[in-house]
Design a protein around this ligand. Structure first.
Ligand code: ZN
Length: 334
């Protein structure tokens, strides 16, 4: 029989999204495997609902080795007071929970990169099923969505909150307003290398006000970067009128990634020697890193040159690079 209706998600929430008060529960995703025949992936979720107001969907751990989001969101879930909320906050601190538990960007179950898996599939892999649940169940509940990222094990970023340039200028303006409210040290008009399959794109195509971050990297978090994440989360909720309180606003420097020239990719493998650090200003044509061949001594390094004038806002983190690695990203100050 041909099933023309979309199959129902196999994920069962243990929380009631329409109930008043605070609930800590799970998105339970059946996952039959060697060590648990009728087992499940249990993705933690918190829902806080009180009075009238918009819904914010807050997510971290879309990539499993990025930590500012999970830290800020587990903290918010534990400390938020229902009486301070007008509307609803849905918190999923670690979206790709199997990847988060493994400390890896992608899922150890199916190698799925959640942020390249949208819109997902209800009858797909574990990662595709998570994407499908956000696409069809959680995003439709939201007015605004904040999805935390950092560089993970292989990139490091200047700390910024970001939104994308959109064809709907009203939606774009509302998104940039929330970026400004987040109050990270930097605010980015962000360009993606390839936006297909991203959660960002799914939310934006649904007309949601969507903001994201890159708050550091290297597969860890710092006191400074977690402070930015916690403060930014509360600032966004206050700005949206969902959380009582006064925003803790700080100065932010706006940056723009105007076109593909902002990305520099390695064309050979080797040992990378940075010639500039994050936040440094470079000129077009200037060498920003050297890649030393490691097969034998006495070989000249290849040079990576900036393709635009700008601020170094991201860099490859590990000391060894492979051909095709993104080694540097530049942006211009606005
Ligand atoms: Zn990420």
């Amino acid at each position: 029989m041909n099933d023309v209706q979309p199959r129902r998600s196999p994920i069962t929430p243990t929380v009631d999204f329409s109930a008043k008060g605070i609930q800590h529960g799970f998105l339970r995703l059946p996952h039959s495997r060697d060590d648990s025949a009728w087992g499940s992936v249990m993705i933690p979720i918190t829902v806080i609902k009180n009075g009238e107001g918009p819904t914010a969907l807050l997510t971290g751990g879309n990539h499993g080795d990025e930590y500012e989001g999970p830290i800020a969101l587990f903290d918010l879930a534990r400390t938020v007071r229902t009486a301070d909320v007008s509307g609803r906050i849905i918190i999923v601190p670690a979206m790709n929970y199997p990847a988060f538990l493994a400390g890896t960007r992608t899922s150890p179950i199916d190698k799925g990169n959640l942020n390249r898996s949208f819109p997902g599939r209800a009858d797909g892999t574990v990662t595709q099923k998570i994407a499908d649940y956000f696409q069809r169940e959680l995003l439709p509940l939201a007015d605004i969505a904040l999805d935390f990222h950092s560089g993970g094990k292989t990139l490091d970023f200047l700390p910024f909150c970001a939104a994308h340039v959109l064809s709907d200028k009203a939606q774009e303006a509302r998104s940039f307003d929330l970026v400004e409210a987040f109050s990270a040290p930097y605010s980015m008009k962000m360009l993606e290398i390839d936006s297909i399959g991203m959660y960002d794109t799914a939310a934006e195509e649904m007309g949601k006000v969507f903001i994201t971050t890159e708050l550091g990297g290297g597969g860890t978090a710092t006191a400074k970067s977690t402070g930015i994440a916690k403060r930014g989360t509360r600032n966004v909720l206050v700005k949206a009128g969902i959380l009582n309180g006064v925003a803790d606003v700080a100065q932010t420097q706006w940056l723009d990634m105007p076109d593909g020239d902002c990305f520099c990719f390695a064309e050979e493998a080797g040992l990378i020697e940075p010639l500039f650090d994050l936040g440094d200003v470079v000129k077009r044509g200037q060498a920003v890193a050297r890649i030393h061949p490691v097969g034998r001594a006495g070989q000249a390094p290849a040079e990576i040159s900036a393709r635009m004038n700008g601020v170094l806002c991201a860099r490859h983190f590990p000391g060894l690079v492979k051909a095709g690695d993104c080694v540097a990203v530049f942006a211009v100050t606005v």
